[in-house]
Design a protein around this ligand. Structure first.
Ligand code: NIG
Ligand code: FE
Length: 423
């Protein structure tokens, strides 16, 4: 007999929907009042989409005659939406463990960078690496993210800084997108640093007249999908006017603006992003009150990265001020050779302890709001009918254990499900 549905997850102690009225993002009040069903079930169809979610008894009564490919009994466990990581740099060769020691001894991020380390170190190793070895590294990292509950991740290029390697990185991301279950939103970040031996003006010209047109050709030929454009807008990297030109050119190509701003110095990046209609701005440790107000007005999401502030001992981004102002706060791991963390549960934990977010706020920031920052919140980020069937089942009696228990999510996350398939 052919089945009606792909998967039934039944009798979970809690099912965290996050939202239930088709909201595309949540601000403070909504983040503090997540939709949760006590004793719930979820049904996913053959198309990988959620068909029903609700109280276990009513689902049972409504679908009594239905046949499922698979039934998971989640008695005593909790179901949450798959986590969304809104900011990662997962394609690179050559780790930077030696720099961790330098930073522990007091070197700042920019001191390491200016001494030829940091992004430059990773660029030279990534330029020399084969696409096959980069893909192998990426696969392992995405696999780790998946085990930690991430079902959709933003993935940046940006360790090439010239056309050949930027294209190599984007092609590696494309190969992972086509062959791995995890969802990917891909970002061109050719303006991640000024290449050694070039001025900012020369690097900007190269991005505008060489790299972006070539990437556009690859997109048009169907060889690449690129969703977003990113620039590292920072003193000593790309200034406000270069950042504006590059982001505008990307926007004109149809890319979403999602960039690094106001990280180490107040640059008015947030105001610039708001003017350009940016979907998201990351970091924001040094954002001003005006920047916060501008982002709230334009619905530009603030992607906060607590791992980076932690490891670089930066001032913490002002999550509470942003939430109070009505900014759409989301979270990312910033996974990169500086901040070697693939785990969104740990990121949520840090967001609670170091940024003073509550657990419901952190979960909303790592699901519906992170999906919004990637323009995917119509299909991801909450457990609602018609959305993609991406969810986690954790072996704990309350969902907050995903944040409360830290450093051991392998024990806690029993199943990761993408499009109704256990992965
Ligand atoms: O988001 N700040 C710029 N970019 C990355 C770090 C990249 C690197 O150090 O390799 C970030 O933290
Ligand atoms: Fe980053």
């Amino acid at each position: 007999m052919s089945s009606n549905f792909k998967l039934l997850v039944k009798n979970a102690k809690q099912v965290v929907l996050v939202c239930k009225n088709g909201e595309r993002y949540l601000t403070k009040d909504g983040m503090q009042n997540l939709a949760v069903i006590e004793n719930g079930s979820v049904i996913i169809g053959h198309d990988g989409l959620i068909k029903a979610v609700g109280n276990a008894e009513s689902i049972e009564a409504q679908f009594r005659a239905a046949v499922f490919d698979k039934v998971l009994d989640a008695t005593g466990m909790c179901v949450l939406p798959g986590l969304v990581d809104a900011h990662t740099h997962p394609v690179w060769a050559g780790d930077r463990v030696h720099e961790f020691a330098m930073k522990l001894a007091g070197a700042t991020y920019m001191q390491v960078h200016e001494a030829g380390g940091g992004i430059h170190f990773t660029v030279s190793h990534t330029c020399a690496a084969s696409p096959e070895s980069l893909l192998e590294g990426l696969r392992g990292r995405l696999e780790r993210m998946l085990r930690a509950g991430t079902t959709l991740a933003e993935c940046k290029s940006g360790y090439g800084l010239e056309l050949h390697t930027e294209l190599k990185m984007l092609s590696v991301i494309e190969a992972a997108r086509r062959n791995m279950p995890i969802g990917i939103s891909s970002t061109y970040c050719g303006a991640h640093a000024v290449p050694r031996g070039k001025t900012m003006e020369e690097a900007t010209e190269d991005v505008l007249s060489v790299q972006l047109p070539a990437i556009q050709k690859q997109i048009a030929a169907g060889n690449l999908n690129v969703d977003n454009i990113d620039v590292f807008c920072e003193r000593g990297v790309f200034d406000l006017s270069a950042t504006r030109r590059i982001l505008q050119a990307g926007k004109d190509m149809g890319l979403n603006i999602n960039f690094h701003g106001d990280e180490l110095h107040p640059m008015n990046s947030a105001q610039l992003g708001a003017q350009l209609g940016a979907l998201a701005i990351s970091h924001l440790e040094e954002v001003t009150d005006e920047g916060i107000a501008a982002m709230a007005t334009t619905k530009t999401s603030a992607v906060l990265l607590p791992t980076t502030a932690y490891i670089l001992r930066l001032p913490c981004p002002r999550a509470r001020d942003m939430l109070d102002a009505g900014v759409i706060v989301s979270l990312g791991s910033d996974f990169n050779p500086n901040a070697y963390c693939c785990s969104m549960p740990l990121v949520m934990h840090l967001a609670c302890v170091t940024l003073q977010m509550s657990m419901p706020e952190a979960l909303a920031a790592a699901t519906i709001n992170a999906a919004y920052a990637l323009k995917r919140s119509h299909s991801h980020g909450s457990l609602e009918p018609t959305k993609q069937g991406d969810l986690l089942i954790i072996n704990a009696p309350r969902w907050e254990h995903l944040i409360y228990q830290f450093g051991s999510h392998q024990e806690l996350i029993r199943f990761v499900i993408i499009k109704g398939n256990i992965v």
